[in-house]
Design a protein around this ligand. Sequence first.
Ligand code: NAP
Length: 425
Amino acid sequence: MANVVVGMLGLGTVGSGVVKLLSNHPTIQLKKVAVRDLAKAREISPDCELTDNPEAVVNDPEIEVLIEVMGGEQPALKLITDAINSGKHVVTANKEVLAKNGPELFRKAREKEVAIFFEASVAGGVPLISTIQKGLEANQISSVFGILNGTTNFILSKMEKEALPFAQVLKEAQDLGFAEADPTSDVEGFDVAYKLSILTALAFGKFVKPDDIYREGITKIAAEDLEHAAEFGYRIKLLGMAARLKKDAISARVQPVLVPLSHSIASLSGASNGIVVRGDAVGELMMIGPGAGQLPTASAVVGDVVNLATALRLQDFASYFHTKVGGDWQTVQDPDEWQSAYYLRLAVDDHPGVIGRIGTIFGEHEISISSIIQRGVTAEAANVIIVTHPVKTGNLNRALATLSKENFLSSIASRLAIFEDSPEQ
Ligand SMILES: NC(=O)c1ccc[n+]([C@@H]2O[C@H](COP(=O)([O-])OP(=O)(O)OC[C@H]3O[C@@H](n4cnc5c(N)ncnc54)[C@H](OP(=O)(O)O)[C@@H]3O)[C@@H](O)[C@H]2O)c1
């Protein structure tokens, strides 16, 4: 293999790992790395030029492959676009830029006959993207779902194990370096929505706009919900879920859901990622592994670089790596149409007739209750915990809106979907 000259944008957690894995590579030469602040103390000093001018990397004619590990939408989008326009191949770990601009970037890459590799953008070190893109080519994929964010899985696991509130565990996760100083993207589910958008493109041929993905985070989950879930035989997990429905529609959602304890996804604790892919020929696959971290993520980035470099001198090689992703966006099913069982925790006044009234309102909205228990009963107040049979989500929302007008209801403290492991998921 002839020498391949690469340049990199970013030398943070992932970029430093890439430098470690590429050092002493016999044929891949890292020529330039761009950072924001040249004066910053670094974990590693690459044996190449360091610049605070990313354009100097993108515009270097000798560089054939651009590694983008700076993150964020801008200036990453502009720099990747400039690189593609000047005929460079791109390896990126940036889920946000791909989820928000995938159709346009892949269209441009096809036009310019270059390849975009993005294994690290979803599930870090787990080779999920190449598995779907190449390994499952013979399949029609019906669903992809799983734990795609290690930070929130770590938080939920610890909340359950130690019966601690969300805010305390988040603070501990931040102190340990498992959660960002600004945790919004993780705990509100944006990070999973970006990854799910990319997975829908691979599995179903089109990206879903991240804003069109139904999204709930984990900030409102209380330790008592985790406890009640366990009583009913479930564990709460933040899942990204996308499924192909009839008539070419798809559903795409990010939600904390109650997963039956018997499901393999329920047993994944800590910062791991675990993803299930269902194909018509292969059946069900599950991949588990580190979804983040310096070397696992760098493993995916460098794997992409080596694959690219190996194929680079083959004629028309880029077309082999072009994703079969459409140039437009996929629309998704209205969340009100979803059929799901639900777990509800209602804070109510402890008066006679309350349970009867809840039952009447639910009945009027075609919601049938599978279990109902009362917990935390004091002289005046109680928590009513309800598990429903599968219902149309729109009906549940209307029932809860009616219930909210009742004087006995203090709050709908929790409303969580129950994961049903059917081929429709
Ligand atoms: N960390 C993970 O475990 C992980 C896992 C999967 C995917 N990813 C993705 O990998 C990418 C990088 O993540 P990371 O954790 O390595 O981020 P990070 O530690 O914050 O590093 C970002 C790097 O980019 C540089 N940078 C940022 N803006 C720049 C600008 N405008 N011009 C020049 N340089 C700039 C920073 O320079 P300075 O060093 O000078 O500040 C820093 O070196 C992100 O897209 C992330 O989503 C990360």
